[in-house]
Design a binder for this molecule. Structure first.
Ligand SMILES: [Zn+2]
Ligand SMILES: [Zn+2]
Ligand SMILES: [Zn+2]
Length: 259
């Protein structure tokens, strides 16, 4: 499967994005483009030009205008919150085949998608809706997307809500996480590269703080880590990056790296 994995961070912001509408703080008024953060999402691509999307939030359309157009093999969802699922209607340009684009989500997230977008699941579809195929995945049970992407769903906790992170060989993507249960840690063992969430310095009930994220990354003993899902309270990108260990990077929108 995936050889020569390239990751593009499409969005590095928390649920309200940065700038936050109406906020007078200096971060929300920064001139540095790295301080402007759309809702969290990432695009994986291999040297063979195969693409897989992680989460599809309300900024999806805008995010896809910033990368060359290529078909998607599928979309995998971490959880049902609006900032991770709000862009499903905008998948239309990627769903022109008759079988529909495969979407992967756990039971709860799949139920939420069916309830929020019932018109995607009717027998006779309105011509303007995206053709999708929703498939339920289980934590700890690996699955394959389009005979190509080998994916392991990792159980993680988002406050009290169990959600999924994902592992693709040496690389894992874990967002909106406060804690990883034993089973999840076991499945993450040996991972070399990770994207993981860090909201801000101060603790938060449903997101890791920056110091919790740094502890987590150290405990996992990864070669490189990229932090994501920031609120404006994280501060200026440049200043925060300068204080981090040398193998830990703050992501920003449009950041690309190779695994
Ligand atoms: Zn989120
Ligand atoms: Zn602000
Ligand atoms: Zn969330």
């Amino acid at each position: 499967m995936q050889s020569g994995l390239k990751v593009t961070i499409l969005g590095s912001g928390t649920s309200v994005g940065v700038p936050q509408v109406g906020c007078p703080c200096p971060v929300c008024h920064s001139d540095d483009p790295r301080d402007r953060r759309l809702r969290a999402s990432a695009l994986l691509e291999t040297d063979e030009g195969r693409r897989l999307l992680i989460d599809c939030g309300p900024d999806f359309r805008q995010q896809m205008l910033s990368v060359d157009f290529l078909p998607l093999d599928g979309v995998i969802f971490t959880h049902e919150h609006y900032d991770h699922t709000g862009g499903i209607d905008d998948l239309r340009p990627f769903t022109r085949t008759d079988d529909g684009l495969p979407l992967f989500a756990d039971e709860k997230c799949a139920k939420h998608i069916r309830e929020r977008l019932p018109y995607l699941f009717r027998e006779h579809l309105y011509p303007g809706v995206p053709r999708i195929r929703l498939e339920v995945v289980q934590p700890g049970v690996p699955f394959v997307v389009e005979n190509y992407w080998e994916v392991m769903p990792i159980p993680v906790m988002h406050g009290k809500l169990p959600i999924l992170g994902y592992r693709f060989g040496d690389f894992a993507y874990v967002t909106d996480m406060t804690e990883v249960p034993e089973e999840g840690l076991r499945l993450l063992q040996g991972v070399r590269f990770i994207v993981v969430n860090a909201l801000r310095e101060k603790p938060h009930p449903t997101h890791q703080s920056l110091s919790q994220a740094l502890d987590f990354v150290k405990k996992l003993d990864v070669e490189k880590a990229w932090l994501t899902h920031f609120s404006h309270e994280i501060g200026f990108h440049r200043e925060v990056q300068s204080k981090l260990p040398e193998n830990v990077y703050l992501t920003f929108d449009g950041l690309k790296f190779r695994i």
